[in-house]
Design a protein around this ligand. Structure first.
Ligand code: ADP
Ligand code: MG
Length: 252
């Protein structure tokens, strides 16, 4: 089967500091892949380079066989590649429903004129997006808070909302940067279920996460980064018993 994502030879330096030095990864469609490595090893930078948030110095990214070279992040998102950030990005002064609607893309054939005239196509799209937002609220089990301000949510609930926002347009691939970080342990299991549920719909996941136990439970394949280079890749079993991985983590 064709990979949903193929990133080859990605290089990135920030003012002379090498963050990525020729990293290649390949994600089978519908799979769950883990990306782990010590702090500063380049995990978030790899996400940035894949999604177009940072310009690569070298390397190519193919989404479903399409070259993403030179495309802006919004365009890449519309093509079905979404991400969440290590730092939460929800709009605290908007309601949950409004947050979800901001994440929905404009109607096909959208123009400011058609928006201004509120054409039937625009209205039909709005209605459809409202329904989608409500279905998403059900899915992330926050329906009772639909009209509450996102700023009033707990940290774990904000993470769920952010996940819902990333899913509004049914992506092919979702990149998650530390989805469990800072989440109350009692919510971790629920969030894990939510991720598995998303994956069952056929959406591939690439997850950066320090909770290795969880990662080894849900990922089919794991990539390990160290100082901007791929150290090891393999199944969770292979990675867990690899001496080099143990060394990188324990710093011996
Ligand atoms: P990780 O997510 O694995 O912790 P990062 O990708 O955030 O690692 O960082 C990799 C390296 O690049 C680190 O040395 C970090 O200091 C550096 N870095 C990351 N982002 C920037 C930036 N915007 N400007 C300068 N250096 C950065
Ligand atoms: Mg990071």
């Amino acid at each position: 089967m064709n990979p949903v994502l193929k990133a080859s030879g990605i290089c990135k330096a920030y003012r002379g500091v090498v963050a990525l030095d020729g990293v290649s990864i390949e994600l089978p469609a519908g799979s769950i892949t883990g990306l782990i490595g010590p702090n500063g090893s380049g995990k978030s930078t790899l996400f940035d380079c894949i999604c177009g948030f940072q310009a690569r110095d070298a390397g190519s990214v193919m989404l479903d066989g399409q070259d993403l070279a030179g495309l802006p992040p919004q365009r890449i998102a519309r093509m079905g590649l979404r991400r969440t950030f290590q730092q939460l990005r929800v709009f605290p002064e908007l309601t949950l429903r409004q947050n979800l609607l901001t994440a929905a893309q404009a109607a096909p054939g959208f123009s400011y004129l058609s928006e201004l005239l509120r054409t039937p196509a625009v209205r039909a799209h709005e209605r459809q997006m409202m329904e989608r937002a409500d279905a998403m609220l059900e899915e992330i089990q926050l329906t009772r808070l639909a009209g509450a301000l996102a700023g009033s949510l707990s940290y774990g609930q904000k993470k769920l909302l952010e996940l819902g926002m990333a899913l509004m347009n049914e992506p092919k691939l979702l990149l998650l940067d530390e989805p469990m970080a800072g989440v109350n342990p009692t919510l971790v299991e629920g969030l894990k279920e939510a991720l598995l549920q998303v994956n069952r719909r056929g959406i591939a996941l690439l997850i950066v996460e320090h909770n290795l136990k969880l990662m080894f439970e849900i990922a089919q394949r794991i990539y390990v980064l160290e100082q901007g280079r791929l150290l090891v890749q393999g199944t969770p079993e292979e990675v867990a018993r690899d001496e080099r991985v143990i060394e990188a983590y324990l710093g011996r």
